[in-house]
Design a protein around this ligand. Structure first.
Ligand code: SF4
Length: 381
């Protein structure tokens, strides 16, 4: 079955891939958004943008990227920065494993590559926190190498354009999509459309030909702005002439993805413990979600029968002088929908506490909190 599908798609690809590449490059050269990381070819800056953009929207990333490059302008600076600093610079972006891997990779580059970001694809792929997509994105954008990219956006664009009906998460269909992405970027390497048409908006620092970079970025851009999951803008789409989903009115059906697992509800209580104007916080341990970030002590209570005061007393071994509800914060981490009920607990004196520190409100900004707990600090004065 795979060969039948593959042959059929290869035949379609042969007839339209040149046209598609040309349409994409032409559109991107005229319409690309002016994003700060598109003004540079520095692989470090591009790498930081790619890591930040994982699971995160462009408009959220821009101020974080600017701040990171200002504070840590080189790979050496990122490699040497204290853990507290990199977490603080990442605070609010979530998925903090990304920033720890970024620093580990910077340290590898300093040790193994004399501080120069490697140009070889396999060496890039070997760095901590860099998978096939990210390695390809960096090599194509920074070095104009014909390395293919495939993420959720590109899968959506390609399955629609080529009318791929099978589930793109299945191994063979996924392999086929990588193959198409590779054919497109290799074809772009020699595309005439890239010559002379790339506007200065998309390449402010260089007029040299960036056709592999632009082809990959055009696929990302089309998926983000035009070929969106719902209500794709087919009528203004630059590739509608070659799109099977548009021609056959099948944009709603493609890509053919499994239904996602339902979200799981989780319920926590958090204690904002106050004594003499200071608040008790502790740091999350290694190897858990939000590791290294600071938070108010909290406990999961799914299905438990104990009330919040009982949980507090059994956790800390002493009674509160005053105990009152503060706020309920709802937020999501991956597929978990979390309800965090918070309580303000006043103590008459500093008790002996397990590991943690006491902070005055003016010191809250000196450490990195997870986002729900950062919200909580805003209610404390
Ligand atoms: Fe997507 Fe519609 Fe463009 Fe096809 S024509 S690529 S479905 S936006």
């Amino acid at each position: 079955m795979y060969f039948a599908v593959s042959n059929s798609l290869n035949a379609k690809l042969k007839t339209k891939k040149s046209k598609l590449v040309s349409l994409l490059l032409d559109w991107f050269s005229k319409s690309a958004r002016d994003l700060p990381w598109r003004r540079t070819r520095d692989p470090y800056a591009i790498w930081v943008s790619e890591i930040m953009l994982q699971q995160t929207q462009v408009k959220t990333v821009i101020p974080f990227w600017n701040r990171w490059l200002r504070e840590l302008p080189t790979i050496e600076a990122a490699a040497k920065a204290p853990s507290e600093k990199i977490h603080k610079l990442w605070e609010g972006l979530g998925y903090y494993t990304r920033v720890r891997n970024l620093q580990k990779a910077a340290q590898v580059i300093v040790e193994k590559h004399k501080g120069q970001f490697p140009k070889n694809f396999d060496e890039v792929l070997a760095l901590p926190g860099i998978g096939r997509y990210t390695a390809s994105a960096i090599c194509s954008i920074a070095f104009n190498q014909p390395t293919p990219i495939l993420d959720g956006n590109v899968i959506r664009v390609l399955t629609r354009i080529f009318g791929i009906e099978k589930n793109p998460r299945e191994k063979e269909t996924n392999r086929l999509l990588w193959q198409i992405a590779e054919e497109l970027v290799c074809r772009a390497k020699h595309a005439k459309a890239a010559k002379g048409k790339i506007s200065s908006r998309t390449s402010r620092t260089s007029r040299e030909i960036n056709s592999c970079s632009f082809l990959n970025q055009s696929l990302m851009e089309l998926g983000a702005l035009v070929c969106t999951p719902r209500n794709p803008q087919c009528l203004i789409c630059p590739v509608k002439k070659v799109c099977i989903a548009f021609k056959e009115n099948r944009t709603e059906e493609l890509p053919n993805l499994d239904k996602r697992a339902a979200a799981t509800a989780r319920h926590f209580v958090a204690f904002v413990i106050e004594s003499e104007g200071k608040f008790f916080v502790r740091q999350r341990p290694e190897k858990v979600v939000n590791a290294h970030l600071w938070e108010f002590p909290n406990f999961e209570i799914n299905g438990g029968k104990q009330g919040a005061e009982e949980i507090f007393e059994s956790a800390f071994g002493f009674e509160a002088a005053a105990f009152q509800p503060l706020r309920t914060i709802k937020h999501s981490i991956t597929r978990y929908r979390i309800t965090l009920e918070t309580f303000r607990v006043r103590l008459s004196k500093f008790p002996k506490m397990p590991e943690g520190i006491w902070l005055a409100p003016k010191e809250f900004d000196s450490v990195a909190f997870s986002s729900a707990h950062r919200q909580l600090t805003k209610f404390l004065t």
